[in-house]
Design a protein around this ligand. Sequence first.
Ligand code: BGC
Length: 769
Amino acid sequence: MNQDYIVPDNWSIIEEGFDAERVKSSESLFSIGNGAMGQRANFEENYSAETFQGSYIAGIYYPDKTKVGWWKNGYPEYFAKVLNAPNWIGIAIEINGEAFDLNTCKEVRDFKRELNMKEGWYHRSFTAVLKNGVEILVDIRRFLSLNEDELGVIQYEITPINQEATIVYHPYIDAGVKNEDANWEEKFWEALEVEHSGNEAFVVARTYKTHFNVATFMHNSIFSNGKNLGLAPENTVAGTDKVTFTYSVQVAKGEKSAIQKFGGYTVSLNHENEELISAARNVIATAVAKGYETLLQEQVAAWAKIWEMSDITIDGDVKAQQGIRFNIFQLNQTYLGKDSRLNIGPKGFTGEKYGGSTYWDTEAYCIPFYMATKDQQVARNLLTYRYNQLDKAIENATKLGFKDGAALYPMVTMNGEECHNEWEITFEEIHRNGAIAFAIFNYYRFTGDYSYIPEKGLEVLVAIARFWQQRATYSTDKNQYVILGVTGPNEYENNVNNNFYTNYLAKWCIDYTVEQLKKVALEYPSDHKRITEKANITEAELQLWRKVADNMYLPYSEAHDVYLQQDGFLDKDLVKVADLDKSQRPINQKWSWDRILRSPYIKQADVLQGFYFFEDHFSKAELEKHFDFYEPFTVHESSLSPCVHSIQASALGRMEQAYTFYLRTSRLDLDDYNKEVEEGCHITSMAGTWMSIVEGFGGMRVKNDALHFEPRIPEQWEGYSFKINFRNQILQVFVAANETRFTLEGTQELTVFVNGEAITVTPNAEVTV
Ligand code: BGC
């Protein structure tokens, strides 16, 4: 743990006291989003000390020209970047002629931030004494509306407390923004048009290269003691990419002055270019008609609906409770599943790292959360996203030398094209292809909706199976198929041969695809015909696939009785993490890359990721042996690591260890375990936190179309509960030390299994086991 300033609370993230050193971390932790856009918790007023400005719009990105040392054939031309979008929150403030800036105030007292997760708003309050002696009480609330998802709302209140003051508000919108991580210091936005009238203003800007057009807008009203003064701006400065209004008010001592600012974006993903401003005018008209209070009430109600389905309660452990709610809240701020063009970036809307792009994280970690806490259409949308990018994945594989419709999905993507440009990841971390196939299997296993496979999934599976067959090499020495030169989930070793996880997954993908081809041939013959004709699958090719799958080499150590992470794993100097000096951690910040690559240290679950996906292929004793062999070398320096280990520790009944991993995954950002939260929060691993409760402690699995549980509870907790949308019925599970209770919202009985024993749950009647 690196920081400990977040005040424990069941429903809110709270910071007390102003500390400039924490500003960037808090900007990440207090981020807000509504699925369509999101932003770091930057101050509205000017701030002259260190800050990391960020506001992001879902689906809007920039292809930043690749910058590498030596160009390698097959590299993508660009690295997609989520764009720091134009600023609509800015309100520069002067008080008696002095620019108000928390960095230059004489004193800041009672500073408090609150991110109210239950109701979906961010609040900041403090008392400040300016250099000119004016003392003000400031109270600001901001939210991004879930109902009107192009709209953000700010209420900024100032009360002078020791004297009367002249307050000048300069609300602005500004498209002159930059990305911190631009490769070539280029600007990503070109301003096209600026317009203003009355209290509203618009800046239309276009991204270079990708040509997304965005209208950033604002509308302002000035209040005194809650009454709208109906002021018009007394001055307007309109530049090429920025509009600033000026309102000045004389405010008596103790009088509450306020500015309400409605702002946000309309984007060409959803509107015609020429209609962006009129669409923005409509958003403003709706917001003005509803007014701040109604918008806030709607926000509270919309979040109540989300929580109704996705909340997890934990009794007797506030930090654990705060952790899981923070994770669920951030996931919902990032992706709500309304739009199949969108996906879940590892940092969501909280920072620039990872470019806001789609990783295997979505399939391997996020889908279970969305499947169980939302309508099944949401998970289907996530699968469809990959289906829609199949042609690009085939193009990507072709570029690398594969043929006949083999697909390699990108490691990182915005639009289906690969946009990561480190060779060891782009070319070698091919296991992501398997996760995409696994998600199709997992979706059907959980939802029972087979229709996805004949409609879309099978085409994806075929193209992936083809890739694996072509990627495998026949080794005459082994008389088996090997997969050479890969990077497994453990990115701390590259270009290894026969990564167990990759080989196992490749074999499984082929087997599963062959099985689905048979099933679709029988049950959906016309789809089968369409797909096999389109993909031109021949019996000869299927035989090749089977040959590879049936003869896949899996590295194994007789001496240790475990599958080997890769051929050369045992050649390493096998010093356990526990024997490594603490000062050397995290190794990715302390050691050279060369030293890391030669070390036995494992960044995240690798062999164990395979045991997680395919748990039912192995016995508990095998899981235990592999867990005991690999976990001691694991440094958990990927946010995706602790959750898988927590689930497996639970399955092995090691509750203390499971709990430690749980805290680490759920409070990774709140307590900044990896010393990097200022760059943004780890959104995709938050779904792993959810899994570590539901699949870990709750032991939930789906087997043969039924839910199974093996409930356990950490001794630090009195009880916990979660809900599962299982095939359109909502099952709520309460776990306490000595009992598990179930209730069901739905119309039909549901049989679930608890520690292997069948239990029938009837709608609206609690069952206790
Ligand atoms: C992990 C990858 C992951 C990426 C984005 C990396 O640190 O090693 O597995 O896909 O982060 O979350």
